[in-house]
Design a protein. Structure first.
Length: 307
């Protein structure tokens, strides 16, 4: 009987070794296929992709990348640079076409206008970045309130907020959490957060955390009430935006209509571009641009209702 059990055990061991050998062979073949696929993908990388990768590692690209991130633009620095080059050519050609000047003068004006337009565009997109963070702050306050009720500290609550919320507030609070883990003081990191995100709601959020850190109190209740207040303010802001949207759109359409009218007149009468080659024409153009900017700023000031 013992001999029979021993023979059965040997058969099972042999059967297990056989399937183990098959498993090792299939694993080796799978790893070889993966290596072949990886090598094939590396060979299939085009020269343009490798060029973009190299350009993204340049100093100007690394400096531009955080600006694009804060402008909520999901493109690479090299792609944005290519768009600027395209805008440079288009603006230069439009200036040459509308004002009927030489192409070199149009490109020279475009060389000045394109960087200015790029800075203004990125700066205007920061407002979108700030509003996205403001929209996520009520949820962050509720998560901090729940963490405080569970007995967690403010840094531990911020870690939970980073884990549970999406970008962009995840990136900003993630920077705060990493600096605290490296040994920095909570108040200094929160004040640096205010320097990165210029928002009234963020100021209230940071000041509430600093006050609770210094004086203590019911953090859960404060965060819960702050979340409700921010939600109510968000509803009021949306109502105001819907009421003043027409005035804002008119402020942006007036300069466009003026440029279109100037273009139509230049094509109807011809030679109107020569007006801007004289001192009187340049002064008239400067006055036109100044009045258009003043009108836009006044409309924006009137329609920017702070609550």
């Amino acid at each position: 009987m013992g001999t029979l059990f021993a023979a059965g055990a040997m058969c099972c061991a042999a059967w297990a070794l056989y399937y183990l050998a098959i498993l090792w062979r299939e694993k080796k073949e799978a790893l070889e296929r993966i290596d072949e696929m990886m090598e094939k993908e590396e060979k299939e990388i085009s020269w343009s992709d490798s060029l973009v990768d190299r350009l993204d590692k340049k100093a100007w690209a690394r400096k531009l990348e955080p600006q694009l991130e804060r402008a909520c633009l999901n493109i690479r620095p090299t792609e944005y640079g290519a768009l600027l080059l395209l805008a440079f050519g288009v603006i230069g050609y439009l200036i040459k076409w509308v004002l009927e000047t030489s192409i070199w003068l149009g490109l020279l004006n475009s060389l000045v206008l394109t960087p200015i337009a790029s800075r203004m565009f990125l700066k205007s997109r920061k407002h979108v970045y700030t509003r996205r963070i403001d929209a996520q702050l009520p949820e962050a306050c509720r998560l901090l309130s729940s963490a405080a009720r569970a007995g967690l500290s403010i840094p531990q609550g911020l870690e939970i907020v980073v884990q549970e919320t999406p970008a962009p507030i995840k990136n900003e609070l993630g920077t705060v959490v990493r600096e605290i883990q490296l040994g920095r003081d909570l108040e200094s990191t929160l004040r640096e957060l205010l320097g990165r995100v210029d928002s009234r709601d963020m100021q209230l959020f940071v000041n509430a955390l600093i006050i609770q850190r210094r004086a203590g109190g019911d953090l859960a209740r404060v965060m819960s009430e702050m979340a409700n207040t921010m939600e109510e303010r968000k509803i009021i802001h949306k109502t105001i935006d819907s009421q003043v949207s027409q005035a804002r759109s008119s402020a942006y359409m007036l300069p466009i209509m003026s440029v279109v009218m100037a273009f139509v007149l230049s094509k109807m009468f011809g030679g109107i571009g020569m007006l801007f080659n004289s001192l009187f024409g340049i002064v008239l153009l400067v006055i036109f641009v100044v009045f258009q900017l003043v009108g836009i700023l006044l409309v924006r000031k009137i329609s920017n209702i702070r609550i």
